[in-house]
Design a binder for this molecule. Structure first.
Ligand SMILES: C[S@@+](CC[C@H](N)C(=O)[O-])C[C@H]1O[C@@H](n2cnc3c(N)ncnc32)[C@H](O)[C@@H]1O
Length: 212
């Protein structure tokens, strides 16, 4: 299934979203964002936030949690830099332009990896998840929040109809839950700990995996 999303196209799309992203997605993604951060703060230590975007999450992390944030879009990341400066977020160690699938961090480096509304926007989700686990310490957690495609009914029909347009915006609205389950089974070094419905109306899911 790799290749149906074009990484350069996604970066370009988010370059265009950057000036209005917070206004459009600030509220709708809020519960999922806060819930993933609560899980990451429970673990603490050093957290990698992949696809950190404009850094909407940064103010919600505990100041004792050290954050490294990466994103493919430089214009999105520029806004995250502004947030760090404005709020003097000294717990943010790094903000860097980086592809989620080729993380420039050593193995077993982070206590938690967080990816909020990202994994269905990358060209090769399974290989990207593999790299998330590589940089995670044994016992560490991978915490995702994302829209997952409906299994049946009118929502599934809508998602399938919307999919071609959504690709150009960098989304896969029909992304099947089975892909995330099967990836964990195939990986062998990770276990699925939780899937929790998130607002609005359970359309989003918080998903936790534990390494080792
Ligand atoms: C829907 S936004 C979510 C931003 C932020 N996590 C939030 O909750 O507001 C998706 C983000 O993932 C980034 N992204 C998409 N593909 C990526 C990739 N291959 N590597 C790194 N970041 C990527 C986009 O640039 C964008 O900032």
């Amino acid at each position: 299934m790799a290749g149906d999303i074009d990484r350069a196209g996604v970066a370009k799309a988010y370059g265009r979203w950057a000036p209005i992203y917070d206004m459009v997605f600030g509220k709708v993604f809020d519960e999922g964002r806060r819930s993933t951060i609560a899980e990451a703060d429970r673990i603490g230590g050093r957290v990698l936030d992949v696809g950190i975007g404009t850094g909407l999450s940064l103010l919600d992390y505990a100041r004792t949690t050290k954050i490294c944030g990466v994103d493919i879009s430089e214009p999105m990341l520029r806004r995250a830099h502004e947030r760090v400066r404005k709020h003097n977020l000294t717990n943010v160690e790094t903000l860097a332009v980086m592809d989620a699938k080729h993380l420039a961090f050593p193995d077993n480096h982070f206590d938690a990896v967080v990816a909020q509304y990202v994994i269905t926007a990358v060209p090769d989700p399974e290989a990207t998840l593999d790299d998330f686990i590589r940089v995670l310490k044994p016992g560490g957690e991978l915490i995702l929040v994302n829209h997952i495609g409906a299994e049946s009914g009118p929502r599934k029909l809508f998602e399938l109809a919307f999919a071609p347009l959504a690709r150009r915006l960098g989304w896969r609205p029909e992304f099947p839950w089975a892909r995330l389950v099967n990836w964990a089974k195939g990986h062998g070094g990770v276990s699925l700990a939780e899937r929790r419905p998130m607002a609005p109306m359970g359309h989003f899911s918080l998903i936790r995996y534990v390494k080792g």
